[in-house]
Design a protein around this ligand. Structure first.
Ligand code: FAD
Ligand code: MG
Length: 276
C-alpha cells in the first residue's frame, strides 16, 4: 500500500497475521493492481464483487454524504492529472481540471447489494480508495488478531495506527509529531483498543513552481486542499472511519471538520494549523 507497516507485539505470530491481511486487502482494493476488483471497475465501469468490498464502498459513500462531498473516492481522474503535474513539474491547465471534474461525483456510483454489483453511471469514472483502504485493512487485521487469540499489539501502517489491548497491562502510548518540527512531539495519547489516524501534508506533499501542495484534493475545486490545516488526527473505535474522517476534515477546515466528527460521535480530534 505504498507504506511501511510496523507491528509490535509480545505474540510472535502477530506480525505475520497482520502482513497477510494487508497483502490480501491490497490485492482486492488497490487500483495499482490490474487484477483487483477496483481496477476492473475502473476499466469496465462495473464489477461484481464480495460483500466486504461492497461494504467498504458503501461506507465511503456514507462519509461522502455526511461530509458534503469533501471525501470522495471518485477523484481518480483528478488524481491522475495531479500525478502528471508532479511528474512534469508543471501546474495543470484549468481546462484539464474542469474536464476531469465532470467525471467526479460519489452520487454516480450505483450499488446493487443483492447482485454484489458496483456500477458507474458515467463513462470514464475512476475510484481511488487511498484515503480509506489502509484504515479498513487495519480494522480487518485487528479482527484477525482477535480471532487468533492475540490480544496485545501496536500496528502502525504509515500514520494509521491501532492499539490493541495493552502493553503488559498499561495503555499503549502514541506520540504526535509536530507537522513541521520533525523531532518535536506535541502530544502523547495513552490508548487501548482504539485507532489513531493522522492525515498531514508533511509525509506526502509536492512542490510545483515553488508552492507546496498537499496530496489531498478538494473535490469542490479539483485543486489540492487549502483549508489552512497541515495535520489532522482522529481517534476512533474503527480505523476505517478515522482514516476517512481525517482526510475529510483536512479538506473541510477546522469548524466544519469538527461538526463532521460530531456526526460520527468522535470524541477526540486534534488539528494543527502550525504550518510555518
Ligand atoms: P489520506 O489522507 O488518508 O489519503 C489521501 C489519498 O486519498 C490521496 O493520495 C488520494 O489517493 C486520495 N484522496 C485525495 N483527496 C481525497 C479526498 N478528498 N477524498 C477521498 N480520497 C482522496 N502507493 C504507491 O506509491 N504505490 C502503490 O502501489 C500503492 N498501492 C496502494 C494500495 C492501497 C490499497 C492503498 C490504500 C494505498 C496504496 N498506495 C500506493 C498509497 C496511496 O497512493 C496513497 O499515497 C496513500 O493511500 C495516502 O494515504 P495517507 O494516509 O497518506 O493519506
Ligand atoms: Mg484518510
Amino acid at each position: 500500500m505504498g507504506t511501511i507497516i510496523k507491528v509490535t507485539s509480545p505474540d510472535e505470530r502477530a506480525a505475520e497475521v497482520v502482513f497477510e491481511e494487508f497483502r490480501d486487502w491490497e490485492e482486492k482494493l488497490s487500483h495499482f493492481k490490474k487484477g483487483s476488483p477496483i481496477s476492473r471497475l475502473n476499466r469496465r465501469g462495473k464489477v461484481r464483487t464480495d460483500p466486504e468490498v461492497l461494504g467498504l464502498i458503501k461506507r465511503s459513500l456514507e462519509v461522502s454524504f455526511l461530509s458534503s462531498g469533501t471525501f470522495d473516492i471518485t477523484l481518480g481522474p483528478i488524481i491522475d492529472i495531479w500525478k502528471k503535474a508532479i511528474k512534469n513539474k508543471r501546474l495543470p491547465k484549468s481546462k484539464e481540471i474542469d474536464n476531469a471534474r465532470k467525471l467526479i461525483g460519489w452520487e454516480n456510483i450505483y450499488i446493487d447489494e443483492n447482485k454484489g454489483l458496483i456500477k458507474f453511471t458515467k463513462r470514464g469514472m475512476k475510484i481511488d480508495l487511498g484515503a480509506i483502504a489502509k484504515g479498513f485493512a487495519l480494522d480487518m487485521a485487528v479482527a484477525r488478531l482477535r480471532k487468533e487469540g492475540i490480544t496485545s499489539a501496536l500496528i502502525n501502517a504509515g500514520g494509521d495506527i491501532y492499539c490493541l489491548g495493552t502493553k503488559y497491562g498499561r495503555r499503549w502510548k502514541v506520540g504526535l509529531r509536530h507537522p513541521r518540527r520533525n523531532r518535536e512531539i506535541t502530544k502523547v495519547y495513552p490508548l487501548s483498543d482504539k485507532a489513531i489516524v493522522t492525515s498531514g501534508d508533511y509525509e506526502q506533499y509536492f512542490t510545483i513552481e515553488g508552492k507546496r501542495f498537499s496530496h489531498i484534493i478538494d473535490p469542490r475545486t479539483g485543486y489540492p486542499a487549502d483549508s489552512g490545516i497541515c495535520s489532522v488526527t482522529v481517534i476512533a473505535e474503527e480505523a476505517t472511519i478515522a482514516d476517512a474522517l481525517a482526510t475529510a476534515i483536512f479538506v473541510l477546515g477546522e469548524k466544519k471538520g469538527l461538526e463532521l466528527a460530531k456526526k460520527f460521535n468522535i470524541k477526540e480530534v486534534r488539528i494543527s494549523k502550525d504550518c510555518f
